[in-house]
Design a protein around this ligand. Sequence first.
Ligand code: ZN
Length: 495
Amino acid sequence: MGHPFLRKKASGSKETAQKPRASVKNREFAVITYCFFGLFLSMMGYFVYFQTEKSEDFINNPYNARQETFSRSVLRGKIYSSDGKVLAETKTGEDGTETRVYPYGNLFSHAVGYSSEQYGRAGVESWANFNLLRSSSFFLEKTIDKVTDEKSIGDDVVTTLDVSLQSAAYQALGSYQGAIVAMHPKTGQILAMASKPDFDPNTVTQDWESIVEDAGGKSPLLNRASQGLYPPGSTFKIVTALQYLREHPNEFEDYSYVCNGSIQKDGSRLSCYGGNVHGNVDLLTSFLKSCNTSFANIGLSLDVGKFRKTAKELLFNQSLPVEKLDASKSSFALGTGSSESEVMETAIGQGKTLVTPLHMLMIVSAIANRGELMRPFIIDYTKRHDGDVVKWYPMESYGQIMTEEEAEILQSYMKETALRGTASKLSGMSYQAYGKTGSAEFGTNKGDSHAWFVGYAEREDKDSIAVAVILEGAGAGSAYAVPAAKGVFDVYFNQ
Ligand SMILES: [Zn+2]
């Protein structure tokens, strides 16, 4: 027996007579065959090494011209929602032209993003570019593809995104600019990530000039959920309250203050929102009514150095522990040299503090999860085109960013806020909501404010869901952002 080619060559007219010659020839063939076999093995070895070790860096490097080479030999894989709906796929026309198709159009423009030969990639299209351009098809299948000059089929990417929740978030944004982002506090799965203004990824290449040149600083390509930096407004009172708890672990319930509508210090004056006067308030009442003057008073009592340390523990002034979401860094500028007016401003979420909606979502998710922060993620797993899973991206804990006791106290404050405070539009539902509103002033016009809500909701039969909402220039958080969050909660609990 032996190599099939040798047998074929040897099967001449008179096999027995030619035997001695054939065996010499066979030996030569054998040597050559072994040489080729050795070469083949080492090439296979490199191929496997390249596929498993080297190719991720190789393909993901945006400056690598090889990316285009890969796209010439691999048909870009599909992107799916968690419930199995196609969010992006490449269709090949009869003339061989390929078109990247996004069945949901603008709905997922920032989360799924776009892939354009001329203008690059964003969203999952960029974060999972490597996976989409890698084919984990069997070697034989790929070899046949090579021989027949067919493209191999790239791996598919299954995201954590849920179509109905994404639709709910998108609709809740309405005609406002802003963002709504939702996740499971227990796992870190991003369920929805909507940002407006948006664009149609199907026509991003044709529309590029008009999208980029959009006047008025609208920046439709910016993913406001993870990249938009905003003053946190009163949602930051969560952080200020936490710092007060840390400095007064045993007597925080004894705090009391009389709000007469404004506070004056260091030549600057600060008022409660909408001209409200809250009278006698303790810490809980200050929180649920979002009393600015009381929180400015609390701020003045705090140890600024320790306040800065708490902000750091809550991930301010550093990269967020999220892979592949292109998140901006939030900033907390307070230091030991800060003026009293700066301290007061910062304590109520104004001043120089800037946050992303994603960051606030992470803070409330940690509160919901008894102080433990799960790293947010959007890519769940990749699979071969025939359905076999290639790689799971498991959930990961970042660790405790506050103690369980601290989280429980903040939970109770956020619950009261949803029952009888500024978020009471969330009371009386089939689920229990927790949250904090904010009306973050911006610009020079007094009264211009972004509407915020950050919080979560739970019901026995489902995992809890956390949401961060910002509606640019909408006004009061209680009037605009709370109903938007309710829109997402309602869809989630009615599913
Ligand atoms: Zn007040």
